[in-house]
Design a protein around this ligand. Structure first.
Ligand code: AMP
Ligand code: ZN
Length: 154
């Protein structure tokens, strides 16, 4: 992608627009590298999104350093949610790539406060057939460690 095309691409990103202030948001935390704001369509009261201010599409692209900063912000937001919203816990999720439900292609972590009896259920769980768990684990272990876009190192 040329620099010009790259600029247009970033300019069309909703979350980049929130970072620049072009689109309003309810900010709950901000530092030099990260921003957290309320999700516009909350799964639960206080559902917050934590993002790097710089545009990275997904976990494969973001640098380790930047990711650490985002996760540290997730921790701070989680602590503030527990105290401020009087909840006992929260879910942290990231839909990584469209197949996993990622709609906004600017990496973000969902922090979803949880209350007893809030009606939210975790995903249904399944079972491995004989030998399947071993085979699956082997595939992950033997995967070329720097294979994902040639960048990420496990
Ligand atoms: P995902 O499916 O993981 O990409 O989640 C994207 C999230 O962004 C959804 O939960 C949306 O409700 C949320 N969202 C989209 N636009 C905005 C916005 N302008 N302000 C706050 N949250 C937004
Ligand atoms: Zn962006």
């Amino acid at each position: 992608m040329t620099r010009k095309k790259l600029k247009i691409y970033f300019m069309s990103c909703i979350f980049c627009k929130i970072v620049s202030g072009e689109i309003p948001s309810y900010k709950v935390y901000e530092d030099e590298y990260t921003l957290a704001f309320l999700d516009i369509a909350p799964v639960n009261y206080g559902h917050t999104l934590v993002i790097p201010k710089k545009h990275y599409e997904n976990l494969e692209i973001i640098s380790d350093k930047e990711l650490c900063r985002v996760i540290m912000a997730v921790k701070k937001v989680g602590q503030a949610i527990i105290v401020g919203l009087d909840v006992a816990g929260y879910n942290v999720t990231a839909n990584n790539n469209p197949i996993a439900g990622q709609i906004v292609l600017h990496i973000h972590f969902h922090v979803i406060p949880r209350k007893k009896g809030d009606g939210l259920h975790l995903w249904p769980q399944g079972k491995y057939r004989d030998g399947e768990a071993e085979e699956t684990a082997k595939k992950i272990i033997t995967a070329k460690r720097d294979s994902v876009h040639g960048k990420s190192k496990i």
